[in-house]
Design a protein around this ligand. Sequence first.
Ligand code: HEM
Length: 202
Amino acid sequence: MPMPAILSSARNALLTGIALATVAVLAAIAASGTDWIGFSSFVLRAIHVMSAIIWVGMIWFVNFIQHPAVVGADDAGRATLFRLVVPKVATLFRHASHLVLLSGALLLLPTGYLLASWVYGAPIHMPMTKALLLWGAAAGAVAMWVFVHVIIWPNLQIVLGAQPGSAEEKAAARAKVALYARANLLLAVPVTVLMVAAAHLF
Ligand code: HEM
């Protein structure tokens, strides 16, 4: 059976998925309308959730698949993983983490957590518990971002040989990457759950 063009590569499948989602949302808007606050909240939320899926997905992959594979591999296997897999995973989670932070920060406006009087033209009621859940999760998420960019990525560059380091320094860098990857796994659970709770509990 010939392969349909939309499934001939990951890129084509992704673009087709985006096109399907866009058509469905445009049809919904054409049918029922929306306003600028609703629309911007939706767009930012969609970007936020999709990039969070990629970031947290990579955290999951690194902890439960990549790290055990690196530990269990022989020298040749480890070199292959360091050349073909680890740099791509790192590029994905680094860029996804920027997008999560940026979309989350912008999403604070249409959802009323920040500058609500300016966005809505009048003060709005923000339940204290909802705000505490959101700001607590955001603080955890910022800590995760700092771990990625201040600890994990610089040490990963030593592990991968992109930055100089002796054998002992490489071993120490590997241990640090593994430790902070676990810290991010730990934080990813409450951050995600608290964000969903802030959005839907009330
Ligand atoms: C690991 C990092 C993060 C993850 C996994 C994450 C995940 C999520 C998820 C799953 C939602 C719920 C979407 C929904 O159900 O409608 C959400 C909402 C939200 N997030 Fe995040 N987020 C992260 C970081 C951040 C950061 C750093 C900020 C702000 C600086 C932020 C601001 C928001 C806002 C404002 C909402 C909407 C809440 C509402 O509708 O009441 N997020 N996030």
